[in-house]
Ligand binder design. Structure first.
Ligand code: PRP
Length: 219
């Protein structure tokens, strides 16, 4: 699809869910609204009314793949996912939304035995491996896909490496943070080759969104 100036639509991968919807609001306010975007629809692709943008709704942890391969020119991905998969993309803007942190947590009062390999349950094996490699600590990764907090409670692991947002899940399961690894938030990413051709358009969008975010912060 081309817009009225004959330019191709910019392809934008948005993470399905609350974060994606709130970020779509920023694109909408920047002049890329799509009246096809209705409540409850299961469609995965939407064109903006101006024909300048096309949105893909993507599983949050898959956004980077669409962007790295250039199917999407830009996308929104959590810093956790970028650190875990290390895609070869540009990170153009910290949106400052979806703020949380990557942390090590364990049962309250847990003391690690330094003589023994530490059993670490996580969805983020790469982040966990790097973190403990820097500390020269031997670990055994137990890869899980959800409900990570259960692992130390039932003795599957000693600690977990996971996202902490409000801290409620930890509290309600008698766990506590024992080390902070890195703060996280949503980032706007771009395909490197596509950016070389579309830098003016992409920079324009990034500037508009950055402006909206700073207005929000001040308001
Ligand atoms: C994430 C994360 C924690 C929880 C943290 O899980 O893995 O379990 O949110 O949030 P909180 O600090 O506000 O309680 P998610 O909801 O994605 O579910 P999951 O168990 O399937 O990973």
């Amino acid at each position: 699809m081309q817009d009225s100036n004959g330019k191709r639509a910019l392809n934008i991968a948005l993470p399905k869910g609350r974060l994606g919807e709130s970020v779509y609001g920023l694109f909408e306010q920047s002049g890329y609204a799509s009246s096809q975007m209705g409540d409850g629809t299961r469609r995965l692709i939407f064109e903006s009314d101006s024909g300048e943008a096309r949105y893909f709704w993507v599983k949050p942890s898959d956004v980077w793949a669409y962007v790295e391969r250039g199917v999407a020119d830009i996308g929104i991905a959590g810093k956790d996912i970028l650190l875990e998969y290390e895609p070869d993309v540009y990170e153009l803007l910290d949106l400052g939304v979806g703020k949380c942190r990557m942390a090590v947590a364990a049962l309250k009062g847990f003391r690690a035995n330094p003589q023994r390999t530490l059993r670490v349950a996580t969805k983020f094996a790469n982040i966990a491996r790097k973190y403990y490699a820097e500390q020269g600590r031997d670990i055994d990764i137990i890869p899980l896909h959800g409900s990570i907090e259960l692992a130390p409670i039932v003795g599957l692991s000693d600690v977990i490496v996971d996202i902490v947002e409000t801290g409620t899940t930890l509290r309600e399961n008698n766990l506590e943070v024992i080390a902070e690894i890195v703060p996280l938030s949503a980032r706007l990413i771009a395909n490197k080759a596509n950016y070389a051709f579309e830098s003016a358009r992409i920079d324009g969008i990034v500037d508009q969104i950055a402006g909206l975010l700073s207005e929000r912060e001040q308001g």
